[in-house]
Write a new protein. Structure first.
Length: 504
């Protein structure tokens, strides 16, 4: 476990390891939302600390001068053996929540057979003799293959004892010292920031006067269907800071075309690439503007929402065409009249990604306040844009937001009435998919969006729409939210996840 590792990712790794054993005794694996980390002995983590890195976590809970934590007896020898202080975390399972989901799945699988008995929050002898017809149970809309497949078995009785997990320590692999050292290129960049007009929501770009020096790895550490992600280190007043730099390696949504379009590309192709990278940055900046307006509207309306949702900060870096090119750009040479390639740059985030919608599928199935808030935000944004824009591929990772455990949204897509907001904009057809799928939840209703902005009536009366058959064909070709939108996206850690990458 490295000091820079994030507790969100660590918990995900622990859960994956635990589920290997868990499904040997029960048919349905645990979800991330059904488990929580506690400090030994059974102390809840303070809000805002579950998304910290290991180093920040240790500094917060165990500052110099504070008594060292008490370890369980079976782990004290490790502390003595290593000669360094240690602390212990415990993984707790919300068995009532787990059983609630299991009951719903089992009743669906058995077509309402009444030989199931649920007492005192425990499952009693419920045999899963059929394969499920429902979407695999998931915290998100990611690819079902990311989760352990269900196995046919008998559920344990009320007397079953779930052993407390004290540690899931993994020693370093035998080959960890022989891992390759990644090569990088030292590049001078121009930094470009995106700003938004507070009144109209229109974005603009400004090049800052001072150049930046950075090191970008030659090879991507993650790859989506249309973008590559590279590790980037920028030198600045705060020392060296790690980022994720993204670029498109193809600009068309041809599933048979997987080669790098920029390899040997000319000036026109580079200019097209840069235009789409700017569109990605513009979408994020506009999303911040819409989210701010949404929270203001909720405050004025005195409606309680999840206030710990934010949008990823991003900026652009452009290589200078007159100097040496980075190997990561994929471009062998520039002409003097060419513009340098642009990169979309974001901070690193945990690998854990939660999906709320796909490219052309917008289910409203989540019942928690966070999900209801996001559904209402997308509905509000449609109205706030004068019915010209909807957000799609809404996805996010855990993050500390205003000192609390929250969610940071990234890689958002938009469908607009003129269809020119960037790659993956399906225009009116995309807006129609939102109108057809969205179901107002509790936050929508409390804000009055169901009455003030009835989606089906407004969309059908205001726009000339394609037929439902056309929409169905588009969904079939591009995928649905159940399979993550049909493509793979790159999250802030660079991991490829279910969802749309860009057209994603």
């Amino acid at each position: 476990m490295e000091k820079s590792h994030n507790w969100v990712d660590i918990k995900t790794d622990i859960l994956q390891t635990l589920n290997v054993e868990w499904v040997k005794n029960t048919a349905i694996p645990l979800l991330d939302s059904e488990v929580s980390l506690h400090l030994h002995p059974n102390s809840l983590l303070e809000d805002g600390t579950s998304s910290m890195t290991v180093a920040d976590f240790v500094r917060h809970y165990f500052p110099p001068g504070r008594p060292q934590p008490t370890l369980p007896l079976q782990f004290r020898y490790l502390e003595k053996q290593r000669g360094t202080p240690a602390f212990c975390l415990e993984l707790f399972i919300n068995i009532d929540q787990y059983n609630k989901w299991c009951k719903a799945e089992i009743l669906d699988d058995t077509d309402g057979l009444d030989d199931l008995d649920f007492k005192d929050g425990s499952l009693l002898h419920a045999s899963l003799g059929k394969s499920s017809r429902r979407r695999p149970r998931s915290d998100s809309l990611s690819d079902p293959q990311d989760h352990i497949a269900k196995q046919q078995c008998t559920m344990t009785g009320s007397g079953a004892h779930h052993r407390q997990i004290s540690s899931m320590f993994k020693p370093l692999p035998a080959n960890h010292l022989s891992k390759p050292v990644h090569k990088s290129s030292k590049i001078n960049f121009e930094k470009i920031i995106c700003t938004v007009d507070n009144t109209t929501g229109q974005t603009s770009f400004t090049t800052l006067p001072d150049s930046l020096t950075g090191y970008i790895q030659d090879a991507p550490f993650a790859k989506g269907t249309m973008k590559n992600a590279y590790q980037l280190i920028l030198a600045g007043v705060d020392g060296e800071v790690e980022y994720v730099a993204k670029r498109f390696f193809r600009l068309s949504d041809d599933i048979d075309q997987l080669s790098d379009e920029l390899a040997g590309a000319g000036g026109d192709q580079i200019a097209q690439h840069n235009a789409q990278i700017k569109a990605e940055c513009s979408r994020l900046r506009q999303a911040k503007w819409f989210l701010s307006a949404f929270y203001d509207h909720c405050s004025v309306s005195n409606v309680v929402v999840n206030k710990y949702i934010t949008i990823a900060d991003a900026f652009l870096l452009q290589e200078k065409a007159s100097v040496e090119l980075s190997a990561a750009s994929g471009i062998s040479s520039y002409s003097l009249e060419d513009e340098g390639i642009m990169w979309l740059v974001e901070m690193q985030r945990p690998k854990n990604v939660e999906h709320f919608s796909g490219t052309l599928s917008h289910p409203s199935t989540g019942m928690d306040l966070k999900s209801s808030t996001i559904y209402a935000f997308t509905h509000f944004s449609y109205g706030h844009s004068n019915r010209n824009l909807v957000f799609a591929d809404v996805q996010g990772s855990p993050a500390v937001v205003n000192g609390r455990d929250g969610l940071i949204l990234f890689d958002l897509m938009t469908h607009t009435s003129n269809g020119n907001s960037g790659i993956g904009d399906f225009g009116i057809r995309g807006i129609k998919s939102f109108a057809a799928d969205h179901k107002c939840g509790i936050v929508c209703r409390k804000l009055g969006l169901d009455k003030d902005l009835p989606l089906r009536a407004r969309v059908d009366s205001d726009m000339e729409l394609d037929s439902d058959d056309d929409l169905g064909m588009a969904r079939e070709n591009h995928g649905t939210a159940a399979d993550g939108g049909g493509n793979k996206s790159i999250d802030g850690s660079g991991s490829a996840t279910g969802g749309s990458d860009d057209a994603e």
